[in-house]
Ligand binder design. Structure first.
Ligand code: TTP
Ligand code: MG
Length: 358
């Protein structure tokens, strides 16, 4: 039998609305709708939990939402801010697993089967990730922990907001059996209606059907329904391996003590690694230098900044700043290195940021 996997699904709570409430105290604790204006033909992207009490939901016409709650606040989405937060949470995920599959700006699956951290406990890892998300972004996320993607996603929705819900291998089949078919991943409104017409309302009803019956009525998806009704789902987490850092180093032809020369070497190295980072359409927030003294002792110094680093005067100045935190100059140097980390995907889908000329 294949080894049991450990999958975490993370989903931010009322994502766009929570960001708006974070950034404007006036919005806090109030029904807030992100999307089209109340008198427009637009729709609700999402709304705060306060607005959900009035029955307002994503994709509802804005005019309908207005009728349900005329005193709600309507705001336009600020996608660049949401993308920034999305990058931040993806950077956190990358710290916990190399197998991370983002499915939207606010949602991702992590396969943590091989992760040793936190004693290998997926629940502890999920807790830590939630805490870090809150610390870094000021927002809450809900986590679902289970042994496959289907159940992990269901679990993240069970205890929202700020939830953490675990579905164990023992609970999985019972859980799937009790679930209304409309809650199954991949079963949309049309399929749900077709299932209801066949008398199939829950996972337990689906479980009574043979594979042949399900494939006759639902084609290829029939096999998938057969499996998920039993709590089985072997879809892998399709992680794009994002390397955690990009670096370059240079062993000098002879040991040097001239600090200006060291800075020039560091600048060359920085150009080189920044090009590689840009080519991968990644942005970076941490710059580190590595200094090996003539006696082979090695030290590193690093700085993390809020905004992505660019090839600017400020970034170049950071090299001297970091070098000043070493004994370079007083002691001779035999090797220099530059490493960029805290990598995340570029917010700019068209490609890397324009290099700043100087
Ligand atoms: P969701 O995770 O589906 O919703 P949510 O984060 O707002 O709320 P929940 O606590 O239930 O997870 O979607 C994430 C974001 O995607 C959401 O904040 C806004 C956007 N979105 C739309 O623009 N239109 C939609 O129809 C949906 C469902 C989401
Ligand atoms: Mg969400």
């Amino acid at each position: 039998m294949a080894l049991q996997r450990k999958i975490i699904h993370i989903d931010m709570d009322a994502f766009f609305a929570a960001v708006e409430q974070r950034d404007c105290t006036d919005y806090q604790g109030r029904p807030l709708i992100v999307g089209g204006a109340p008198n427009s033909r637009g729709v609700v992207s999402t709304c705060s939990y306060e607005a959900r009490r009035y029955g307002i939901r994503s994709a509802m016409p804005a005019s309908h939402a207005y009728r349900l709650c005329p005193h709600a606040i309507f705001v336009r989405p600020r996608f660049e801010v949401y993308r920034q937060v999305s990058n931040d949470i993806r950077t956190i995920f990358a710290d916990y697993s190399e197998r991370v599959e983002p499915c939207s700006l606010d949602e991702a699956y992590l396969d943590v089967s091989a992760v040793q951290r936190s004693c290998g406990s997926a629940t502890r890892i999920a807790q830590e990730i939630k805490q870090r998300i809150r610390r870094v972004t000021g927002l809450t996320a809900s986590a679902g922990v289970s042994y496959n993607k289907f159940l992990a996603k269901i679990a993240s929705d069970m205890d929202k907001p700020d939830g953490l819900y675990v579905i164990t291998p023992e609970q999985g089949p019972g859980f799937a059996a009790r679930l209304p078919v409309g809650r199954f991943h991949g079963i949309g409104k049309a399929t749900e209606a077709k299932m209801h017409a066949l008398g199939l309302k829950t996972g337990a009803d689906l479980k009574r059907c043979s594979v042949e019956f399900l494939t006759t009525h639902f084609g290829k998806a029939g096999r998938y329904y057969y499996d998920i009704a039993r709590g089985n789902d072997d879809r892998p987490v399709r992680g794009t391996r994002v390397s955690r850092s990009v670096g370059a180093e240079k062993t000098l032809q002879e040991d040097i003590e001239d600090k200006e020369l060291m800075v020039r070497h560091l600048q060359d190295l920085l150009h080189d690694v920044m090009d590689r980072v840009n080519a991968k359409r990644l942005v970076v927030r941490t710059l580190a230098i590595k200094v090996k003294y003539a006696d082979f002792e090695l030290v590193t110094r690093s700085k993390t900044v809020a905004m992505p680093l660019r090839m600017s005067r400020e970034t170049l100045a950071m090299l001297s700043e970091l070098l000043d935190k070493t004994e370079a100059g007083e002691r001779k140097i035999r090797l220099l290195g530059v490493t960029l980390s805290s990598l995340s995907e570029s917010e700019n889908a068209e490609g890397p940021r324009q290099l700043e000329l100087f």
